[in-house]
Write a protein that binds this ligand. Structure first.
Ligand code: ATP
Ligand code: MG
Length: 346
């Protein structure tokens, strides 16, 4: 082990439904420079299936990607799909940190949905509860041991050392919300199978939701409602999105009910947030994933909520050579989780 160089060298790894992404930054807290990054498509089965053969495929794909991107670091911070992680913000009696930990442990049964003995639980103190002066606000996350251990096996099997598991939605918030941002922001990241919603205030996540509707659901809706195959539907959805002019608005008509399922959940999240933080005003909605690339989706959201909408830039906190600008922007919508993981201060 070296005591000086190479210490704390790590990279971020996002294992998504459609692809894997890795990012390594120089580990100087004040100025994070992009060292290496890359992505590779994976078969959906590889990320979801429990079979040994599929896990082996995933392991090999990660190994291959590290080799092509030239990442030699062994330490890795890994994202966990928000849909597999329980995340909640709860109010708890104001206690000394050690006592707080014990209380959470005692109450775990009633806080998390899975049996505590079969789960990894983590928590972070956010600050004063906005609704009860005697309480503090605590962010709780938990994941089943089973899921975490399977991921661990895959990664250790290719010689990696997992230094952190972090829910995708918390990683997203780190890359998309710049330090120093205080006003409430709402993030919407539409993935393949799920959408993550995060509301931050003073830069800290105050609400997270994982909604089981993603771009796959839009494409299926288009395919069924317009009676076309999924390949054609995908092509149309990515090309025309929510445009009411293109193809006489047929794609819009085909997917709008599914899109509105998300809109309803976003709306509920805003209402819930505002019931807790009465004076807080949502300043901006930040989109990433398919939400930021589907034509006219951002406009639709802006009109629905009357809130300014911004396309998230995963690389906003990262320094890189100017000539990489176009290349990086082209993949920004799918890199927010990997960048957020790489931006952790280990
Ligand atoms: N040109 C495009 N226009 C719109 N959407 C696209 C385009 N290309 C890819 N997508 C979709 O955008 C989504 C990208 O999201 P993301 O990269 O977060 O997915 P993922 O991480 O693989 O999936 P998940 O987060 O659900 O596990 C995918 O559903 C992908 O199919
Ligand atoms: Mg994802």
């Amino acid at each position: 082990m070296s005591l000086l160089s190479g210490v704390n060298e790590f990279f971020g790894l996002d294992i998504g439904t459609t692809g894997i992404r890795v990012v390594q930054l120089s580990n100087t807290p004040s100025n994070k420079q992009l060292l290496r990054y890359g992505s590779a498509p994976i078969e959906r089965k590889a990320s979801e299936s429990d079979s040994k053969a599929d896990q082996q495929k995933l392991a090999q794909a990660i190994k291959q990607l590290l080799s092509t991107t030239g990442i030699h670091a062994k330490d890795v911070a890994v994202g966990l799909p928000s849909s597999r992680v329980f995340t909640s913000i709860i109010d708890i009696e104001r206690l000394a940190p050690a006592e707080l930990g014990k209380t959470i442990e005692y109450q775990a049964d009633s806080i998390i949905p899975t049996p505590p003995a079969e789960s990894k639980i983590d928590w972070a103190l956010l600050g004063d509860s906005p609704v009860d002066a005697n309480k503090v606000e605590v962010l709780i996350t938990s994941v089943s041991n089973d899921f975490a251990e399977k991921r661990l096996d895959i990664l250790e099997g290719i010689g990696l050392n997992v230094i952190a598991f972090e829910p995708d939605n918390l990683a997203l918030a780190r890359s998309l919300i710049r330090p120093g941002t205080t006003a409430p922001h709402l993030l919407v990241d539409v993935g393949e199978t799920a959408t993550d919603i995060v509301i931050t205030m003073k830069g800290i996540p105050r609400l997270t939701r994982s909604i089981p509707t993603g771009s796959e659901a839009f494409i299926r809706a288009a395919s069924q409602n317009l009676n076309i195959d999924e390949v054609q539907a995908k092509d149309f959805v990515y090309k025309f999105g929510l445009s009411q002019e293109k193809l006489e608005g047929q794609i819009y008509q085909g997917i709008i009910n599914t899109v509105d399922l998300l809109v309803t959940d976003i709306s509920k999240s805003i209402k819930f947030f505002q019931s807790r933080y009465q004076d807080a005003k949502m300043e901006r909605i930040v989109l990433s994933g398919a939400a930021s690339t589907l034509p006219e989706f951002p406009l639709y959201i802006a009109n629905k909520f009357g809130i300014e909408v911004e396309i998230g830039n995963a690389w906003a906190g990262v320094a890189y050579p100017q000539q990489k600008q176009n290349e990086l922007m082209a993949v920004s919508n799918t890199f927010s989780v990997a960048v957020g993981l790489a931006e952790r201060n280990e």
